[in-house]
Design a protein around this ligand. Sequence first.
Ligand code: NAP
Length: 259
Amino acid sequence: PPMHESAYDSTDVDATYLRFRVEEGDVKEAVRGASALNVAGLNVTVPHKGTVASLPFVELDETAERIGAVNTLDFADKSEDDTVARGYNTDASGALRALERKTEVAGKKAVLVGAGGAGRAIAFALAGEGATVEVVNRTYERGEKLADDVSEIGEATAYPLDELDDVVPDADIVINATTVGMEEDVSPVPADSLRPHHVVFDAVYTPLETRLLRDAEEAGATTVDGAWMLVYQGAEAFEIWTGKTAPVEKMNAVLREEL
Ligand code: NAP
């Protein structure tokens, strides 16, 4: 909320950003209720992104449809009569904009560790931009399904977790989209596979400086932390809701202060 409210303050948008805890069985009513209350928009977070994407009265934008997850709802944008909102996935574009701070993505080879919600969004974003994606996931079948789905729009291959050592050194971009590094100071990527030519991006943002990012810095690699993805997914949601350009630097400063 402070990140969004700082954006409203500095762009003269008369709005407030509130958090609501919603139980799994109440998601449908929550979205319909928000529409009835003339709420302008919602962000949707774990574990409801997939449920919202499957609601019959939410019309999905192309990216959200491919990923099968919605993190942003816009109630103003209803193009068909029986829909109450349009659903977007700004995690995908948020991750892309975060990476693009440090590297071009088109034509690059990216190793993506993780195939959960964040992993799916990042894989589609990268492939859509012309990167080759190598998905490495603890549960191989889940990574394989993601690589298969992504292959419809670009190039993606799945590898088992024990082959991470082999695929990382040759990659241009290395991404963690697992939860590893949140609870304990451990990295999902072996430190000795990191190289100075790598751009290493960690989607984890608590803590901001993960073991993976510290290992990457020690290896001389370029790093991007998870707060940038969080800022850009929020910035894009702000732009969808307000039609104004998001004050990204301001949002970034407030978010980092909060974190
Ligand atoms: P999720 O859907 O629950 O997926 C979790 C992923 O982590 C799966 O690929 C899972 O593998 C893997 N995993 C979990 N424990 C593991 C372990 N011990 N070893 C190896 N792999 C393990 O979670 P999510 O929503 O994708 O979130 C993943 C991370 O991204 C979280 O830290 C979240 O905070 C972050 N995130 C950041 C942003 C941002 O804006 N920066 C946005 C969204 C998410 P299996 O398939 O084998 O279970």
